[in-house]
Write a protein that binds this ligand. Structure first.
Ligand SMILES: [Zn+2]
Length: 194
């Protein structure tokens, strides 16, 4: 499961953060899906990384508030342009969303840790047993195919006439299979094989 590159890419942080900017609900679903894919190894990583991303989004807003309230100016270049940019409010909203969501996720993860752990363990064991079953089935199919071709090979051998010289009268008979009867003297003859 964890080795599946596509799933890994889909629930990677860059994808979650970019998609979440446009459709927050998908970011929520993908973040929850990370618990299933990564299990307890990434337990607190998901909410913490999202929280950091949210705080980074909120940084300009925080600076702006601090500068207005405490009456100072850091002299950041293009500051007024950044504040006036039409994307700025949306960016701030996104930061708020990420911060709130990640804090909720953090609390839920902390409270439901053992439950989520059990769930992800169950899911990964289900997935691995599915792959084992499939491997077993493939093995069985392969065995069946081999057996079938072996049978065909044997049948083909049996159907090929063998030249057998009769030990009694010396006549050469052509028999299918390994035993037969001499056409001349009716005594039993046997093909001894190679
Ligand atoms: Zn004979």
């Amino acid at each position: 499961m964890r080795k599946n590159l596509l799933i890994k890419i889909i629930c990677s942080f860059p994808v979650i953060l970019v998609v979440g900017y446009f459709v927050p609900a998908i970011a929520v679903i993908l973040s929850l899906f990370r618990y299933v894919v990564y299990g307890k190894t990434h337990f607190f990583r998901t909410p913490i990384v999202l929280l950091i991303a949210g705080l980074i989004c909120l940084l300009p807003r925080g600076l702006e508030l601090a500068m207005t309230n405490f009456n100072f100016n850091l002299g950041i270049p293009y500051w007024t342009e950044i504040m006036a940019h039409p994307l700025y409010p949306k960016f701030t909203d996104y930061g708020k969303f990420l911060a709130i969501f990640s804090v909720i996720l953090l609390v839920v993860t902390y409270v439901l840790r053992s439950f989520i752990e059990g769930l992800s363990n169950k899911f990964s064991s289900l997935a691995s047993s599915y792959y084992q079953d499939r491997a077993k089935r493939d093995d069985q199919i392969e065995k069946d195919v081999k057996l079938e071709s072996k049978i065909k090979e044997i049948e083909a051998k049996q159907n090929t006439p063998h030249a057998v010289k009769c030990p009694h009268c010396g006549k050469t008979n052509h028999i299918t299979g390994t035993v037969g009867r001499c056409k001349a003297c009716r005594s039993a003859i046997e093909y001894k094989g190679k």
